[in-house]
Write a protein that binds this ligand. Sequence first.
Ligand SMILES: [Zn+2]
Length: 313
Amino acid sequence: MQARLILIALLLSLADARLVLAQDKGSVDPKPLPPLADPHDPKLAAKELFARKLLPSATPTHVIGSYIKGCIAGAEQMPITGDTWQVMRLSRNRNWGHPDLVALLKRLSVKAHKDAGWPGILVGDIGQPRGGPMLTGHASHQIGLDADIWLTPMPDHLLSREEREETSATMMVRDDRLDIDPKVFTPGHVAVIRDAAQEPAVQRIFVNPAIKKALCREAKGDRSWLSKVRPWYGHDYHFHIRMRCPSGNSECQGQPDQDEGEGCSASDLGYWFRDSILHPEPPKEPPKPAHGITLAQLPAACRQVLTAPDAKP
Ligand SMILES: [Zn+2]
């Protein structure tokens, strides 16, 4: 019996690997990726190419493609430390995004400080210097318009490089997955997620269903922002901000707005709390690692983004 339980736990952890990665620890001394044997191999996964670009393209800012299949030219780096924010897991080099998103995160950090009384926010992954698919982690975050914010408030001191790699975020969801853990989820969390959702350029926010349930219960006054907050798998240590396509980016493929409802009814949320969703059957066979899309499968303009010269560090 014990062995069976261990096997199930192992299979579940494999199925969940994509979600758990946000908690992966990093290193203060990350090893550079080895050179590719044949960077022009048409079968090569595009993530291998994008992961090896350490700087953005020295070209005007331009978003190409969709959140899950695209890239960004002329991305901007989120500075690793501000008065009201600190960037985590610097070894990943994923603190690059559209300048509008960088500005939004800075603004949100000031609001979090004011409205939640937090010293500030901890910023997780935004995207790679040229966007594109990643070797680990996300399906989206490819066009510089997605950002993960930890649900752990920024501590009141400057985090060392080690702390930024080693510290784990706080699990916000109760063991039975049916609600938040009231020992850690506070009115400050409601305020920070609300502040993010009230940004006009934010189109969607992803949180764990248990967190959405708590927001529905605890949001006071104007509740219209709840329509932007969507339940999704994972997202129990961090929330995910998605901006709509910035104007003038004709090659950016956005998503339609969701409807205006709060998404708080039993029929909206019931699906997420079914036993089959909370405790899925482990897969019969472990999933094969995905090869990932090739450069030819990305929008053609992403090839130019990849080959453009580096911006100045
Ligand atoms: Zn995310």
